[in-house]
Write a protein that binds this ligand. Sequence first.
Ligand SMILES: [Ca+2]
Ligand SMILES: [Ca+2]
Ligand SMILES: [Ca+2]
Length: 296
Amino acid sequence: MAVTIPADAETPKPLSLRGEIDLDGNGKSVLLLRSNKAQMQVGRLVGNKLQFSTLADPGLNFKLAGVSDFDGDGKSDLVLVNTTTPERGDVRAWTNFSPSGDKLLRQVKHVWEVQAVGDLDGDGKGDLVWRYVVNDSPDTGVSYIWFSDGAGVGQVRKRGGAPLDWTLLGARDLNGDGAADMVYVSPDGAIRVLMATANRTCANYGAGSVPAGFTAMALADFTGAVGAFQVLPDGARSTTTIESKTNMMGAIPVGSTLVATATPLHVGRRTSVWVTRVESAEGKLASVTTQTQMAL
Ligand SMILES: [Ca+2]
Ligand SMILES: [Ca+2]
Ligand SMILES: [Ca+2]
């Protein structure tokens, strides 16, 4: 499949605004782990090994709701929801993952869940996409964005939605205008994109369908500026990704068309390894993603 990078694509945003976890502002993603004993660990790659260290944990009353960079300082911040209070829970932010940066954002009913994070209006501060996930209301499937003003939630706006059995794949900037766009996929592969527009609204498009024989897995940021679908063949349905690694090989000029090709490197009974190459139409390699899938 192919996407075209618009000629007016902006410079890439920091990792912390592109759905990655960057605790140090150094442009490197980390692996975040949490145990059922309220322990949190962060893994940073040193040499070729992940080295883990302990982070403060908010306690088991709190679920991790999302990670984004609310104040736009290049370091990821943590969002927590108290799930033990009746009907509504406190939503708190820990700036830079630190309890000393704790603040109450708002309260939210437990029928809402964060399903995507990103900079939905392109102002350099991370925003949260909440979705109504209980099948009991006209709001079911609808999404609301909490727009950050850096200090807290500056504005809450409804931004479309889709039936609950449509998967919200995430929020990534598909057209390079600096604002993340939302992508939903139906059970039979229809794609709906909610392209961010000025004034924090969106344009809702039927954007075709996932090619026959493929399953949309996630949104990935192949070029550092423009997102693309990451697809795997149907044989990978009902699997989980246990390992994923992307090597960026080179920048592709704006205006280029990108082509993603997924091929199996190894197909076993429980696990399979897929290599996805993203190339320009001229054949210049942009990235290679290696994924290990495990059958469930
Ligand atoms: Ca931050
Ligand atoms: Ca924003
Ligand atoms: Ca966009």
